[in-house]
Design a protein around this ligand. Structure first.
Ligand code: ADP
Length: 320
């Protein structure tokens, strides 16, 4: 049994990180274990910016987007010397294990720390991109998808009024998950994701035929991993002559009050992470597989590339 643990958020922020950190803290306190909060990810760990937490420190945060602990990107963490310094800063405070909530990069940094120092590490996938291998869910992906749907609903109104083609570029880094689920649930005609090859000339021809047959407007959702929405929109406009507008949603997708799904799942994951690290487990990431919490080997999670569910790809094709 560990007596003192720490929690941090790292990398890109995502809605629900607060719920996860809150659950880690309150579970640890419930189990009678000391728990530290580290501000600003690995950067804060190197700067010794951390404090012992009480239950009230995580009050009034479950409904907030972002992360109350702050997050950062930290170059020094990419060096073994930096990680050794971080380890020392933990040991100096008697911290025996660390929960890292973050994306792909943060989990990779955590895996290296564990490998090099032996300190127990448990990871939680915190990113809107839903791109962590082994889990069909990452903290924040549901809120981000709902934000995109809201934008799509609004864009539809103006697209319909003007008979426009709307190209909407959404986040996701190299993953098409966000584009795919928001495109499906927003009723997009075309969804361009990095995982599926597409032929823009064929799409343009198809669009022209649809307009000739009386279609009022067309919605194209583009994952940022495919390329620039602006360039795709320009190409469509030139090739089809249709009135085309491009919208790049940007950082709005990262923010906002987390949805019920993100709050509940992040809380479940936070509890499991705290219980696991307290009992001395290490090198695991908790995620979800078809509704159930599962543990994933940390090394596997950071070395494998997650695939987009083929069922989504099929559905998008059928419903377009
Ligand atoms: P995310 O966790 O959202 O994927 P980043 O990829 O920016 O965000 O990673 C966050 C931080 O994790 C980086 O600033 C760095 O400190 C650490 N990190 C990322 N990749 C590595 C790596 N390969 N080795 C060590 N640390 C890393």
């Amino acid at each position: 049994m560990l007596k003192s643990i720490a929690v941090m958020t790292s990398g890109g922020d995502s809605p629900g990180m607060n719920a996860a950190a809150r659950a880690v803290v309150r579970t640890a306190l419930y189990e009678g274990v000391k728990v530290w909060g580290i501000n600003n990810g690995y950067h804060g760990l190197l700067e010794e910016d951390m404090f012992e937490m009480q239950s009230k420190n995580v009050g009034d945060i479950i409904q907030r987007g972002g992360t109350f602990l702050g997050t950062a990107r930290c170059r020094r963490w990419q060096t073994p010397e930096g990680r050794m310094q971080g380890f020392k800063n933990l040991v100096d405070r008697g911290i025996q294990g660390l929960v890292v909530i973050g994306g792909d990069g943060s989990l990779r940094g955590a895996q290296l720390l564990s490998q090099e120092t032996g300190i127990p590490i448990v990871g939680l996938p915190g990113t809107i991109d839903n791109d962590v291998w082994g889990s069909d869910y990452t903290i924040g992906c549901d809120t981000a998808a709902n934000t995109i749907i809201d934008a799509i609903n609004k864009l539809r109104d103006t697209a319909s009024a003007h008979r426009r083609v709307i190209v909407l570029e959404v986040m996701g880094r190299r993953s098409g998950w966000l584009a795919m689920v928001s495109g499906i649930s927003g009723g997009a005609e075309y969804i361009l994701v990095p995982e599926v090859e597409y032929n823009l000339d064929e799409i343009c021809d198809d669009m022209k035929r649809s307009y000739e047959a009386g279609k009022r407007y067309i919605l194209v959702v583009v994952a940022e991993g495919v390329g620039s929405g602006k360039e795709i929109g320009k190409y469509i406009s030139e090739k089809t002559g249709l009135d085309t507008r491009v919208s790049v949603l940007g950082y709005i997708q990262r923010g906002g009050s987390p949805t019920v799904i993100d709050r509940v799942k992040a809380s479940q994951l936070g509890e499991r992470a705290a219980l696991a690290i307290i009992s001395g487990l290490s090198d695991i990431v908790f995620g979800f597989d078809r509704g159930n919490v599962v543990s994933i080997n940390l090394h596997d999670a950071v070395t494998n590339k997650k695939k987009l569910d083929p069922e989504y790809m099929h559905l998008a094709k059928v419903l377009a």
